[in-house]
Design a protein around this ligand. Structure first.
Ligand SMILES: Nc1nc2c(ncn2[C@@H]2O[C@H](COP(=O)(O)OP(=O)(O)OP(=O)(O)O)[C@@H](O)[C@H]2O)c(=O)[nH]1
Length: 323
């Protein structure tokens, strides 16, 4: 009888070891104050810390500064959540940036669950962490390709659409005016024809940089394609006339900034590099909006029409849309 129990105990211990010590995922446990009470050897394989260095640490010591900030934000958001989200058997899954012993960084997908005592009080947490660095990197590359212009790194047409939809929703609630500015460089083709596509690209990069400097951080600057850019000004005044003045000021600032000379490196026929000064301007179309008025497609269409009126008026000009 005793031999059989001893054998069963050995088998159970072997199984426990197999599941915890050999697993690729890190298995961990904390007390109610988020101090680590157990961590499996997979953490040493992954991050380089021995279990005895980690036990007793706060869970946040596993993460980088960014990781700590994102996990704290998640916990905060969760504590504001609906009652159903706090069910005792619920798992919390999130990705967090972890630090490694050799000062490196890796991403881990954490699946965590709370432990309760018989009275329903939280006594700790347990869970697993699986490395997902490659997946997070790939997702970020896909996101970059899907939503950002590869030349200027500005939001592309798709992200602009999304931002404009958000702006319309925010402005609908706040009652402030917003503005969309569509701008197209004047006679940009000549630069490409004269000095080549690379020099044209360089100018587009400089235009992007100047545009970003002309607006507040919360405003959006996007590249629509070619030499066309779009700026969304969020939350102007609640008064139309005042908003008109604010949008005009920004549009003028953009027009002046883009019209300032550009110093461009060009390759001469003898392959020597020279710096040439280039002059370039832009035509701007502006539309003011209040949330309830129009879709993002309408706004872009109206601003685009106004931009073409600016071109027709001689270029290097700002025109407001009257719909
Ligand atoms: N270098 C470079 N050129 C581009 C890129 N995308 C589009 N273009 C060029 O940008 C030029 C756009 O010209 P348009 O806007 O049609 O005409 P424009 O010469 O600017 O004249 P207006 O707009 O009528 O004032 C074309 O020559 C395109 O080939 C790019 O990514 N890099």
């Amino acid at each position: 009888m005793v031999t059989q129990r001893t054998q069963e105990l050995r088998e159970s211990e072997a199984l426990y070891r197999l599941l915890t010590e050999e697993a690729l995922d890190v298995i961990w446990k904390t007390d109610r104050d988020l101090r680590i009470t157990y961590i499996s050897p997979a953490d040493e394989r992954l991050r380089g810390f021995k279990a005895k260095e980690v036990i007793g640490q706060q869970v946040f010591d596993l993460f980088t500064e960014d990781g700590v900030a994102s996990v704290k934000a998640l916990i905060e958001k969760r504590s504001e959540g609906a009652p159903s989200r706090t069910a005792p058997d619920e798992y919390l899954t999130f990705n967090a940036q972890h630090r490694t012993k050799n000062a490196g960084v890796l991403w881990g997908e954490v699946i965590a669950k709370r432990d309760f005592d018989a009275r329903g009080e939280i006594v700790g947490y347990h869970g697993t962490t699986r490395e997902c660095t490659d997946r997070v990197r790939l997702e970020s590359e896909v996101r970059q390709l899907a939503f950002f212009d590869p030349l200027t790194n500005l939001p592309n047409r798709r992200l602009l659409d999304d931002r404009l939809r958000q702006s319309i929703a925010v402005i609908k609630r706040s009652g402030n005016y917003g503005a969309v500015i569509v701008l197209d460089l004047d006679n940009f083709k000549i630069l490409n024809d004269l000095h080549g596509h690379d020099v044209g690209d360089f100018l587009l990069l400089e235009v992007a940089r100047r545009l970003v400097h002309c607006v507040r951080q919360k405003d959006t600057v996007a590249r629509f394609g070619g030499d066309e850019f779009v700026v969304i000004l969020d939350e102007l005044s609640t008064v139309k006339l005042m908003s008109l003045r604010q949008a005009t000021e920004v549009a003028e600032k953009i027009r002046n900034s883009l019209a300032a000379p550009y110093l461009l490196k060009v390759m001469q026929t003898d392959q020597a590099e020279a710096v040439v000064q280039h002059q370039c301007s832009a035509s701007l179309g502006v539309v003011l909006f209040l949330g309830q008025e129009a879709s993002q497609h309408d706004l872009l269409k109206w601003a685009d029409n106004a931009m073409y009126q600016a071109k027709a008026a001689g270029r290097n000009v700002i025109r407001f849309s009257d719909r």
